[in-house]
Design a binder for this molecule. Structure first.
Ligand code: NAD
Ligand code: TYD
Length: 351
């Protein structure tokens, strides 16, 4: 029975991963460690609490004692580090917390895992640390080409710079100590349980409330959209079969401009929910500082080595996603109340 230490499992991708794994396997144990920042929400894990194979611990990944306690209480086989400050706009306003959690938190986890897994004859068998990273560490693409795992790192935002720093530390633990690690770098995820500061749930929420839809710059920036369940499947495969020390890019061939996404969401809500919702809600606002123009992943390595491919076409995934938010309006109301409201007002009212 494998025991997983999942960090940030109350956030968007982490909670999808916990659900995915508990649905797929009944012979694993998951210890979910989350600080429960504004982005972490235990409602995302409804249904898991009753599962005897699931444990929740509220803790900061930077907290040495708390993480050591978890390793004392459980024989951890896999660490899957999702915990992070994850929003680019926030990183422009408050970079320090991104370095704290994303860099120092990662070093803390690596150090404690290493201390527990290393013996005088090397690392115990069957252990692995997986860092969940992002394609944003590669910087921005022009019209042509894709990110491969050998594209040089060239992050631009404080968020992507903190993720690139963490990746370098994880790599250093492999190069220096031969610690068993993998790094995955995925593109923009979408799906259920995403906090509505990110583009797609923000658009859905604002359409339903007839609020303006802020489009940064000319709306022609491109992201390569990955349905979150496809991502969870890739993570499971990398944990089980990924070659130690290797980076795997996850995503590919679902590139869309932001304005296309905006118009797609408007069209769906117009046709299926409220015919008064239309493109008059679009508001072009000042561009994000240092806004990366295009991300696009070449998924050849993960396809060739692990036989993974992004199965969900954007047209299918976006409908599934919008339907989920329509069926979970109470979730949206809960996560957008309180601190989020204040945060949202500050972010968008001074644009
Ligand atoms: P999220 O913001 O939805 O969730 C982050 C979670 O981490 C929250 O539950 C939060 O409470 C927790 N957390 C934050 N600081 C913590 C700390 N110090 N200690 C413990 N827990 C803490 O993020 P997400 O979108 O689910 O992203 C998960 C991971 O995937 C991140 O590492 C992010 O960089 C990476 N990633 C995300 C995307 C995306 O499109 N969402 C794309 C590429 C990479
Ligand atoms: P976001 O969801 O914040 O993800 P990331 O910055 O990590 O790619 O943003 C996705 C794209 O949408 C990005 O190009 C910025 C743009 N965007 C808007 O135009 N308006 C918004 O309100 C938000 C949140 C993002």
């Amino acid at each position: 029975m494998k025991t997983y230490l999942v960090t940030g499992g109350a956030g968007f991708i982490g909670s999808n991963f916990v659900h995915y794994m508990l649905n797929k396997y009944n012979d694993i144990k998951i210890i979910n460690v989350d600080k429960l920042t504004y982005a972490g929400n235990l409602e995302n894990l409804k249904g898991c609490e009753q599962n005897p194979n699931y444990v929740f611990v509220q803790a900061d990944i930077c907290d040495k004692e708390a993480i050591e306690d978890i390793f004392k209480n459980y024989d951890i086989d896999y660490v899957v580090n999702f915990a992070a400050e994850s929003h680019v706009d926030r990183s422009i306003k408050m970079p320090e917390i991104f370095v704290q959690t994303n860099v120092l938190g990662t070093v803390n986890l690596l150090n404690i895992a290493k201390n527990n897994w290393e013996t005088k004859d090397g690392f115990k068998a069957g252990k692995k640390y997986l860092q969940i990273s992002t394609d944003e560490v590669y910087g921005s693409l022009g019209k042509e080409g894709f990110f491969t795992e050998t594209t040089p790192l060239n992050p631009h935002s404080p968020y992507s710079a903190s993720k690139a720093s963490a990746d370098m530390i994880v790599k250093a633990y492999f190069d220096t100590f031969k610690m068993p690690i993998n790094i995955t770098r995925c593109s923009n995820n979408y799906g259920p349980y995403q906090f509505p500061e990110k583009l797609i749930p923000l658009l859905i929420n604002n359409c339903l409330n007839k609020n303006e839809l802020p489009v940064y710059g000319d709306g022609m920036n491109i992201r390569d959209w990955l349905y979150v369940e496809d991502h969870c499947k890739a993570i499971d495969m990398v944990l089980n079969e990924g070659e130690l020390g290797r980076v795997y890019n996850v995503g590919g061939h679902n590139e869309r401009t932001n304005i296309f996404i905006v118009k797609t969401v408007i069209q769906y809500i117009h046709d299926n929910v409220d015919s008064t919702v239309d493109e008059s809600l679009i508001k072009y606002v000042e561009d994000r500082k240092g806004h990366d123009r295009r991300y696009g992943i070449d998924p050849t390595r993960i396809k060739d080595e692990l036989d993974w491919y992004p199965e969900t076409k954007f047209e299918v995934g976006i409908v599934k996603t919008i339907k989920w938010y329509l069926q979970n309006k109470e979730w949206m109301e809960n996560v957008t109340s309180g601190t989020y409201q204040d945060y949202y007002k500050k972010m968008y009212n001074n644009k």
